[in-house]
Write a protein that binds this ligand. Structure first.
Ligand code: CAA
Length: 260
């Protein structure tokens, strides 16, 4: 993998890509060059057949303290609207087909909280702090924060968080169902990598289908979602890996996936 300035990447031999946001002096504020590098790394993961899932993490102090306030403070309306500020990065992360796990230690604020919520699985370290403090800057969340938070934890809590700018804790994120698991800070990243490796050990075609049906279904009514799931389930009977997975079970052996 190539060298980057604002992120560090490493690949495990079991198919996990680890992306560490690495702009410590600015608490990993998401400046444009950082976002370009993050998208580049995710794009490379997408085409690298040896990678099954990606973990995005920051440091123990900060996952990311938000969009870069100093960079955006002088933007005009026509800069923001004309260039569709934030859409260009947030949609790219969200549209990645391979699973992404966000492993959050420290601050995940504003765009940092939004990036964490764009991930497919959120793991948190016990000292993580989340929030949407944009209200304090005279703006509102712009990378899906108000929408994803309301869907994940309910309108009342999301409204309070976005209106007050108050932070919420890792324990709250876990109790409210935003985070899938909570760990001591020093175990967080290795546990996230372990999960990514487990995902990477399965058929990539089935993994892709799981991510697709859950995300599609999230925007549909229950009946439509169930129908969509069933159609994709049916389609997997056309795959090699369905035959292999079920034959291996019947023959009491490990499956050998071809990802097709
Ligand atoms: N953008 C740019 N720089 C940032 C930053 C941000 N979001 N967050 C922190 N930094 C910088 C600080 O300016 C400071 O730089 P200098 O040393 O050059 O002054 C450095 O990181 C360290 O920060 P602090 O000295 O403030 O550290 P702290 O430990 O005292 O406080 C903090 C930590 C509570 C996270 C505080 O830095 C903070 O409140 N940051 C801003 C959080 C925020 O408002 N985020 C939302 C951004 S808007 C957004 O994200 C829009 C969107 O929806 C996409």
């Amino acid at each position: 993998l190539r060298g980057y300035e604002f992120i560090k990447t490493s690949k495990s031999d079991k198919g996990a890509l680890l992306i560490e946001l690495n702009r410590p002096k600015a608490l990993n504020a998401l400046c444009t060059p950082l976002i370009i590098e993050l998208n580049q790394a995710l794009k490379e993961a997408e085409t690298d057949s040896s990678i099954g899932a990606t973990v995005i993490t920051g440091s123990e102090k900060a996952f990311a303290a938000g969009a870069d306030i100093k960079e955006m403070k002088d933007l005009s309306f026509s800069d923001a609207y004309g260039k569709d500020f934030i859409e260009n990065w947030s949609e790219q992360v969200y549209n990645v087909k391979k699973p992404i796990i966000a492993a959050v230690n420290g601050f995940a604020l504003g765009g940092g909280c939004e990036l964490a919520m764009m991930a497919d699985v959120l793991y948190v370290g016990e000292k993580a702090k989340f929030g949407q403090p944009e209200i304090k800057l005279g703006v509102i969340p712009g990378a899906g924060g108000s929408q994803r938070l309301a869907r994940a934890i309910g309108k009342a809590k999301a409204m309070e968080i976005c209106l007050t700018g108050d932070m919420f804790s890792a324990q709250q994120a876990y109790d409210w169902g935003l985070a899938a698991k909570i760990f001591p800070p020093e175990q967080l990243v290795s546990e996230a990598v372990k999960t990514a490796e487990k995902i990477a050990s399965y058929s990539k075609i089935a993994v892709k289908a799981v991510k697709e049906v859950i995300n599609e279904g999230y925007n549909l009514g229950l009946d439509q979602g169930i129908k969509y799931e069933r159609r994709v389930f049916h389609s997997l009977f056309g795959s090699h890996d369905q035959k292999e997975g079920m034959s291996a079970f019947a023959e009491k052996r490990e499956p050998k996936w071809k990802d097709e």
